[in-house]
Design a protein around this ligand. Structure first.
Ligand code: F6P
Length: 174
């Protein structure tokens, strides 16, 4: 799942390290209810190191492990801006990202390819888990994990729709 709605989500700003909104906290409580009703006692919980994900994971009421590799895509010099502000400030950058979202790297930040690469250890460790695993992370990161696990072609990964306030449940097969 993505974290609950953050202050930046509400303001349409990307990146940052903002806290949850009241709505986001409501989702975190609902997630706890979902986990209590559906998940076994030995559930393993991982989150990113960012406030919004840690706060959502904490609300679940189980011990959770923060991973830096689960942090959201780094938007570099555009961190904290809205998409409209980026398009206005740097129309060529916005166009370059639209043209190749998988490979476009934010100046002093990351591309989807970078995110996919840094998730390797998370994927390996996740596949080793014998117990059910709940991951509380972010839009681009969940796209990459989902894409890997569901064998989605890399070019399509940045365009997957991963809504806020939804749990995606995947059951691995041999
Ligand atoms: O808007 C929420 C967010 O998680 C941003 O922090 C991040 O930059 C963005 O989604 C990733 O989505 P996209 O790659 O479509 O811009």
């Amino acid at each position: 799942t993505r974290h609950g709605e953050s202050q930046f989500n509400q303001a349409g700003r990307i990146g940052g390290n903002s806290d949850l909104t009241d709505r986001g906290r409501g989702y975190a409580r609902a997630l706890r209810g979902f986990v209590e009703a559906h998940a076994p006692d030995d559930l393993v919980v991982w989150s990113s190191t960012l406030l919004r994900a840690r706060e959502t994971a904490r609300a679940v009421g189980r011990k959770s492990h923060p991973w830096k590799a689960l942090d959201e895509i780094d938007a570099g010099i555009y961190d904290g801006l809205t998409y409209a502000a980026i398009a206005q400030k740097a129309p060529q950058e916005a166009q370059a990202r639209r043209a190749d979202k998988l490979r476009y790297r934010y100046p002093r930040g990351e591309s989807y390819e970078d995110v996919i690469r840094r998730l390797d250890p998370v994927v390996l460790e996740g596949e080793r888990q014998q117990r059910p695993l709940l991951i509380v992370a972010h839009n681009a990161v969940i796209r990459a994990l989902y894409g890997y696990l569901c064998e989605i072609p890399a070019e399509r990964i940045p365009h997957q729709v991963i809504p806020l306030h939804s749990v995606i449940e995947l059951t691995p097969r041999a």
